[in-house]
Design a protein around this ligand. Structure first.
Ligand code: BF8
Length: 641
């Protein structure tokens, strides 16, 4: 791969060059030598039974007249594309929600006092969410209302939260948090999720050979499952993480491979669930481990993150991200990574091949995610012995410091950033005492200083130039006075390119947004956490609705969503729950629906009539941003502002 073609980011280019010098193959090389299958790319390859795979190519100049393409069973392009799309939603929702389940299980262990390693760090959040689960926060004693015992509330919430994965006879508890008109729409459409697991299983059943053959009905279930993710598993994950580890508040940190230190033991955590990484943060900060590292000749321990685990420990502890999705191999290629500790999701199997070229210990920790390569160490993490396991891992990394080779190259590039925003801190910075909690934000949208709100989220994709789409889109939005909320690898990207500082407002923003950012002292791009924390964006949007003056529902807001370099099935689940929550959502790169134009129209046009939000796709980043801005302007016009 040509490093300059592969990424716009200097340390990434440097490390690709170094990898090539050392003859280590990376994702960037494989993206050049292996091209995607054109039919799969269009979403019209069906491999759901052994009569196939049935491949239905769309002729270059489209179809004239009746579309007679069909698989052996007669499945049309629309059925095939919709089934594939629904399965992506199911996989994405399963990943987020299983993460949420692990968090809920750990919280149940905390509530039952089965572990001392985790506690309740944010009791106010626990009390805030308890009523949604039907758990009382006060008791009547002798006619007086008293605060209920926190341990009792914790147990009630933990048990009710766990039940969300398998309950019968009702719908998900958190749906009540959405604006009422949106809840009404979901009810009318029959898409209220029953329980989290069931919606995933339902998709696997109905996409089996010979079941649902109506793309609209398939997408109804796709919607229901996506809502079980966004307003279910992911939202519960975010909330219970906040309860146990503390709700984030703005803090300063740094980002990029340059956070690694030559004279320190470098440990990189990568993956998603913060259960282990929280403990690794604590272990790295313990005097015992710091002393041990010094004993072994290091000046200390430098912890860094990759992917969403990075965002989790950044937003709560200020631990700097070493990189985003496409930089995972590169962190090892520095030659200075003593240990890379991974759990679930977004982990390249090639990490093991790269680690083989260095002293790096690659440590898998999750029973669900092992690697076949012999050089990988598996240390299974048990939340009941969390600190013990974390110290074992940190010690292994420290012991590995002396095995480092002489050839080390840590890129110098890193940027300062402010991260750790959430529904609460936006209220603090952009709230007000009059019309509601988000008054200042709404007021500035109404008076036009802020044109609108954008969520820019999601992955990197080696089929696009690393970071280019994220950065071009975000810059174009803030230049046009659109404030940006960001999560996931997009948030890491924004940090790496210096867009998460209040100072960046003066350089990159239009005059209105710059004035607001300077007055309240916030960056024009707000880091809201990991991908499960997209739930924070849903709730922030709901707060904007509540603050008044901008319509009655999320679909009324001058707002739009974007995933410029998406790659994972989770992104499709997220996209669908944003669309079904009323958000115009634009994906970059491409969408796997082009081979089924009728189904594509269902997503790109019909959805808006049903839910108020719709899908779109635009690979060109400037056009992409302007599609979002045009939508924002349309909504402003409808609101008469
Ligand atoms: O859940 S943004 S590459 S790390 S999938 Fe993966 Fe995509 Fe990154 Fe986090 Ni989200």
């Amino acid at each position: 791969a040509d490093p300059m073609e592969a990424s716009i980011e200097a340390s990434t280019q440097e490390m690709i060059r170094r990898a090539q010098r050392l003859q280590i193959e990376t994702v960037f090389d494989r993206a050049v030598t292996m091209k995607p299958c054109a039919i799969g790319l269009q979403g019209i390859c069906c491999k759901n039974c052994a009569m196939g795979p049935c491949r239905l190519p769309l002729p270059k100049d489209g179809i004239e007249g009746e579309d007679t393409r069909k698989g052996l069973c007669g499945a049309t392009a629309n059925t095939i594309a919709a089934r594939n799309f629904a399965r992506m939603i199911a996989a994405g929702a399963a990943a987020h929600s299983d993460h949420g389940r692990s968090v809920a299980e750990t919280f149940l262990a905390v509530a039952r006092k089965e572990t001392n390693d985790y506690t309740i760090k944010d009791p106010a959040k626990l009390i805030q969410i308890a009523p949604y689960f039907g758990v009382a926060t006060t008791v009547e004693v002798d006619g007086k209302t008293m605060d209920r015992d926190l341990d009792e509330i914790a147990l009630g919430v933990a048990e009710a939260a766990m039940a969300e994965w398998g309950k019968t006879g009702s719908t998900l508890a958190y749906l009540k948090r959405a604006p009422q008109p949106l809840q009404d729409k979901w009810k009318e459409q029959g898409v209220l999720p029953r329980n989290i697991d069931r919606e995933v299983v339902d998709i696997m059943h109905r996409t089996h050979m010979g079941v649902d053959q109506d793309f609209k009905n398939l997408m109804k279930q796709g919607t229901r499952c996506s809502l079980a993710d966004g307003w279910g598993g992911a939202m519960i994950g975010t909330d219970l993480q906040d309860v146990m580890f503390g709700s984030p508040s703005p803090l300063q940190s740094e980002a990029n491979l340059g956070i690694m230190k030559e004279d320190h033991v470098n440990i990189i955590v990568h993956g998603h669930e913060p259960l282990l990484s929280e403990m690794i943060v604590a272990a790295c900060q313990s005097q015992e481990m710091i002393d041990y590292a010094k004993e072994k000749g290091a000046k200390g321990i430098q912890l860094g993150g990759i992917c969403c685990t990075a965002n989790e420990i950044l937003q709560r502890h200020g631990v700097p991200p070493a990189g985003n999705y496409l930089q995972q191999e590169l962190a090892i290629i520095t030659g200075a990574c003593e240990a890379m500790v991974v759990d679930v999701q977004c982990v390249f199997q090639n990490l093991a091949n790269v680690a083989k070229c260095f002293h790096t210990k690659l440590i898998t920790t999750h029973p669900m995610a092992k690697m076949e390569q012999e050089n990988v160490v598996h240390i299974e993490f048990d939340e009941h012995y969390a600190m013990q396991d974390a110290k074992r891992i940190v010690k292994l990394a420290i012991d590995n410091f002396e095995n480092r080779g002489a050839d080390i190259m840590i890129p110098r590039h890193k940027m300062k950033q402010i991260a750790g925003f959430g529904v609460e801190s936006i209220r603090y910075h952009l709230g007000g005492s009059f019309r509601g909690d988000y008054y200042t934000l709404n007021d500035n949208i109404i008076n036009g200083r802020i044109r609108g709100i954008a969520g820019v989220v999601g992955c990197n994709n080696a089929r696009t130039k690393h970071n280019e789409e994220h950065i071009t889109i975000i810059k174009e939005l803030i230049k046009n006075d659109v404030i940006v909320l960001t999560t996931g690898c997009s948030a890491i990207t924004a940090g790496i390119h210096g867009l998460l500082t209040p100072e960046s407002a003066a350089v990159h923003c239009g005059p209105g947004l710059a004035e607001v950012c300077e007055t309240v002292g916030i960056p024009p791009v707000l880091h809201l956490g990991s991908c499960v924390d997209n739930s924070r964006i849903l709730l922030a949007a709901t707060e904007v609705v509540k603050a008044g003056g901008l319509g009655n529902d999320i679909c009324d807001l001058p707002a739009a969503g974007s995933a410029p370099e998406w790659m994972s099935e989770k992104a499709i689940a997220i996209g669908q729950y944003f669309v079904a929550s009323g958000v115009y959502t634009v994906f970059g790169y491409h969408m796997p629906v082009d081979g089924a134009p009728v189904f594509r129209d269902h997503l790109y046009k019909d959805m808006e009539k049903i839910y108020g939000g719709k899908w779109d796709c635009e690979p060109d980043p400037i056009k992409h941003a302007h599609k979002m801005i045009a939508h924002i302007d349309k909504k402003r016009k409808e609101l008469g502002i």
